[in-house]
Ligand binder design. Structure first.
Ligand code: PEP
Ligand code: MG
Length: 547
């Protein structure tokens, strides 16, 4: 048994087999061969297998994500037959008398480098594709079929790191747990793992990936951040028992379903859920959330290979609103930029992307994109109880501009006789220190505030949320952050607005009482935390002195 440790980002236990999502190229050995014809035949067989797998993935993608998104797998199949690519592999095997794996890996590196150095953004993106197909050929050569895609069994997905788009594209039903060598607990991948109720450990280090192989048995303890590879009987028994206890605890929490979020003294708040896509609505309903406090609409953009159309967006928003049957649904307008990069936005590379061109800054400078989203939102509003919120606000003038654009959109719809709901709450995220500090000036302009503690923490403490090396400096309970939230709550209430928290801190039950004492009206958390927070709220008695 070998034990690795990282940071647990969703507390649950998974027992199963490991599946390496991305094979580390550096593990490929260069070996001398005599029979070069046999090596070339191996490459052909691996390519045939790769082509069959890609065909199956293409068909699955066609059903699940539509033709536009599935096309990439057709391109991959075509790339497998590329003459230059194949000649390069054959030539390396022949002239250097080396094994097929090595020849494919070297070709992949050379081609990827060649594509990356091209000026054209489309050609640059082909670098990832050539790596992808090469990894697939190598996986077939070595028999290590990597990634969940190749497996029918549910697996523990291990990766160097996972981009949000990669996490989104995984078949959730086949993922027992996530383990990544890198990453930080506030990254969107970690947030997605929580949303999907999947045990996840991040930052286990490169040694982990070097030590494991596909199919090895392992236990992931998302509470402690430990991974037991090839566990001994005693560890297995201990963790099975822990898993049972955890499930029992979760069952207990289920008993709170249908109960109010009310303190012992009768103060009632809303507990809503955060989601990143339409397919998470099931989890929201199953966990008895009172509404959706944060729908991260940018995932519609991340999943697409081009700007989602008004109609596409309208259908997605309509589905969420209809499914929530009159319960509040707060959809946040797109928050692209920083760690959420989308190729077709063609954003410039920035030295400090978190402080750069992102979210509302994109919307206000590219009103075409913003108005398309707003039109879709307003059109969908007649199907439920919609709230719209705007991310990364720092000033009064930004809010005024946003409200002006909303007004124009309403007027245009009216002129076209397209209906929209009479009352749609408009709110802003308080996720910059500036917004919190001037919350007295912002509150009169909006219906609600929603505190984004993930960004508020990073900007207040000058701690990059993507950088795991500084996590120890990132005290999420820092008095500065709590004071900014309390100040925003006071100002919201003084101007008739309500205030919620939708960052990860909302689920921190050691702060529930403090938030209630500040007068927070709503907490929006990953669906799986709804009942845990309800339990915490029901234990608070605001008549007693603060703990
Ligand atoms: C936040 O910053 O707290 C937030 C909820 O937004 P995101 O995590 O999507 O940046
Ligand atoms: Mg944010």
């Amino acid at each position: 048994m070998t034990v690795f440790s990282g940071k647990g980002v969703y507390g649950a236990i998974a027992i199963g087999k490991l599946s390496i999502f991305k094979k580390n190229d550096t593990t490929i050995k260069r070996m001398h061969v005599e029979d070069t014809e046999a090596e070339k035949a191996r490459v052909e067989a691996a390519k045939t297998a790769a082509c069959e797998q890609l065909q199956a993935i293409y068909e699955k993608a066609l059903k699940e994500v539509g033709e536009t998104n599935a096309q990439i797998f057709e391109i991959h199949m075509m790339m497998l037959e590329d003459e230059d690519y194949n000649e390069s592999i054959a030539n390396i095997i022949e002239t250097q008398k080396v094994n097929a794996e090595y020849a494919v890996a070297v070709t992949a590196d050379n081609f990827a480098e060649m594509f990356s150095s091209m000026d054209d953004a489309y050609m640059q993106a082909r670098a990832t594709d050539v790596k992808d197909i090469s990894n697939r050929i190598i996986a077939n050569l070595t028999g290590n079929i990597s990634g969940a895609a190749a497996s029918e069994e549910s697996m523990i997905i291990c990766a160097d790191d996972l981009a949000p788009s990669e996490t989104v594209s995984l078949d959730k039903d086949k993922v027992l747990a996530f383990v990544t060598a890198h990453g930080s607990s506030n990254s969107h991948t970690a947030i997605l793992a929580r949303n999907m109720n999947i045990p996840a450990v991040i930052g286990v280090g490169d040694a982990f990936l070097q030590a494991i192989q596909n199919g090895m048995e392992a236990i992931v303890d998302g509470f402690t951040g430990e991974i037991f590879v090839d566990p001994d009987e005693e560890t297995k028994a201990r963790l099975l028992e822990k898993q049972q206890k955890d499930l029992e605890q979760k069952r207990l929490l289920q008993e709170l379903k249908g109960k109010k979020n009310i303190t012992k003294d009768g103060t009632e708040i809303q507990i809503y859920a955060n989601i990143g896509g339409v397919d998470h609505i099931g989890a929201v309903l199953m966990n008895d959330a009172g509404g959706i406090g944060l729908f991260r609409s940018e995932f519609l953009y991340l999943e697409n290979s081009d700007y989602p159309t008004e109609e596409q967006q309208f259908l997605a928003y309509k589905r969420v609103l209809e499914s929530m049957a009159g319960k509040k649904v707060i959809i946040r307008t797109l928050d692209i930029g920083a760690d959420k990069q989308v190729d077709y936005f063609n954003l410039k590379k920035e030295d400090n992307p978190a402080m750069g061109y992102r979210a509302i800054r994109i919307c206000l400078t590219r009103p075409d994109i913003f108005k398309t989203q707003l039109r879709a939102l307003y059109r969908a509003s007649v199907y439920g109880n919609l709230g719209i919120m705007f991310p990364m606000i720092t000033s009064v003038s930004e809010v005024q501009k946003v409200l002006e654009i909303c007004k124009t959109v309403r007027e245009e719809l009216q002129a076209e006789q397209i209906p929209y709901a009479e009352k749609i709450e408009l709110g802003i995220m308080i996720e910059t220190p500036a917004a919190a500090i001037i919350s007295d000036q912002l509150a009169p302009l909006v219906d609600f505030f929603s505190v984004g503690t993930n960004d508020l923490t990073q900007y207040t403490l000058a701690c990059d949320r993507q950088n795991p090396d500084i996590e120890s400096f990132c005290d999420t309970h820092h008095e500065a952050i709590l004071r900014l939230i309390a100040w925003s709550a006071k100002n919201a209430h003084e101007h008739g607005a309500w205030i919620g928290i939708c960052g990860e801190l909302a689920a921190d039950t050691s702060l529930t009482e403090r938030f209630l004492r500040m007068g927070i009206d709503e907490l929006s958390v990953s669906p799986t935390f709804v009942l845990k927070v309800r339990d915490a709220v029901r234990k608070v008695d605001l008549r007693t002195k603060e703990n």
